[in-house]
Design a binder for this molecule. Sequence first.
Ligand code: CA
Length: 232
Amino acid sequence: MTDTKTILVVEDEKGIRNFIHNALTTNGYKTILAENGRNARAAFLSQCPDLVLLDLGLPDMDGIELLKEFRQWMQTPILIVSARDKEAEKVMALDLGADDYITKPFGISELMARVRAALRHKSLLTDNSGVESVIRIKDLTIDIAKHTVTKDGEEIHFTQNEFKCLVLLGRHAGKVLTYDFIMKNIWGPYSPSDNQILRVNMANIRRKLKENPAEPKYILTELGIGYRMLIE
Ligand code: CA
């Protein structure tokens, strides 16, 4: 990776904006800073950033509106910066096309992990060979063509739907997927609106992977939002 990635930081709180700016530049990224929606829109259109960090509570407009606008124009990864206890808002943003979210207050390592995952996902999508036939996460190997999953070289049997869930999470590894997104992908557009069937499948997957519920290694539950395959 030789080219420097540019990240548009949309955040009205100066302290947080500076914190993000310092964290990103220290880690080799370039930043464009915007303290309101109007400046963010102008910067987005004129400078085509590689990624956007978007605070939803802006002084001049709702960040959700900005997200919708950005999505109409480009598939640039967008990370929502949101307050705790705003699960409904996060889910709405994710379903409107945000790539992920990060909850205030957050640390540098968490911010960097989210940024790397979003940029990695983008390069997978734009690269023609992006649809990998084999996904490797830690000691797991998911072979899509052969329809097998091995953990540390040992094969584990999964049902059709469990396998589909694993592939979906694996293809978006590092990124949160909402319940709704997973349900529609696996069970189709007329999938049941409650997530019972998904919870049962996830419980089975975790049991077969021998996950320790207190310290998940592969799949994290994001309460009220969805699931995330862990890459770090
Ligand atoms: Ca704010």
